[in-house]
Design a protein around this ligand. Structure first.
Ligand SMILES: Nc1nc2c(ncn2[C@@H]2O[C@H](COP(=O)(O)OP(=O)(O)OP(=O)(O)O)[C@@H](O)[C@H]2O)c(=O)[nH]1
Ligand SMILES: [Mg+2]
Length: 198
């Protein structure tokens, strides 16, 4: 697959294929977001959670969860005739972290989903992208009954750089997910061409 460095793109008939990661903590809504925005039937690698997960995975706040991603989610969304995004949802559990470097290879950027039931679960994903200098946006996925944060409260709590966009989202809603992806693409463009800022 072509990556951000692909030769294809504007000026050719072949749309630019862009790789985007959908990351975040365990149960934050990654598989849900890939599924809601993808225009193809998403590939997903869900497995039933068994008792083996207890004591290994941090189920605090997500006790109702019955399945989990064991490899990746994959979906696709066409932004316009020039740009197609290929979405790779990461597995959320700590024991699958070894896969993240491979999944991140060639990625233009990432969406980090923050779960309002346990905001701290997105810290490792934020650290991962900051250390590799991969641009990301934070999408705050609201869960009923959890605290309602403002984007600024999330920015402070997660200690984000001032230029990292923070958006409220509903991972189940296609338009909401699409807005997040467009914000990410715009953020990457601003970082690459600072003249576009402002
Ligand atoms: N109320 C509510 N539920 C959501 C939302 N997003 C996801 N869910 C539900 O939360 C559960 C977990 O979502 P997943 O998409 O599997 O989470 P994940 O991040 O892929 O989980 P792992 O792959 O196990 O890390 C599912 O039952 C979803 O239906 C949301 O915005 N609001
Ligand atoms: Mg998942």
């Amino acid at each position: 697959m072509a990556s951000a460095d692909s030769d294809s793109g504007p000026g050719t008939d072949i749309p630019l294929a862009v790789k985007i990661l959908i990351a975040g903590g365990f149960g934050a809504g990654k598989t849900t977001m890939v599924g809601s925005v993808s225009e193809i039937t998403p590939l997903s690698t869900e497995e039933i959670m068994t008792e083996a997960s207890m004591g290994v995975d941090d189920l605090g706040g997500v006790e109702d969860k019955t399945t989990t991603t064991v490899a990746l989610d994959f979906g696709r969304i066409t932004i316009d005739e020039k740009v197609v995004l290929y979405l790779f949802g990461t597995p959320g559990q700590g024991r699958f972290w070894f896969m993240w470097d491979e999944l991140a290879a060639g990625a233009l950027g990432s969406v980090v989903i923050a779960d309002t039931r346990r905001l701290d679960s997105c810290f490792p994903a934020v650290d991962f992208f900051e250390h590799r200098d991969i641009p990301f946006v934070v999408a705050v996925n609201r869960f009923e009954g959890a605290c309602d944060y403002t984007p600024e409260e999330v920015r402070d709590a997660v200690d984000l750089g001032g230029d990292v966009p923070v958006l409220m989202t509903d991972a189940r809603d296609r338009d909401s997910g699409k807005r997040v992806l467009i914000a990410l693409v715009e953020h990457v463009m601003r970082r690459r061409s600072p003249a576009l800022s402002g």
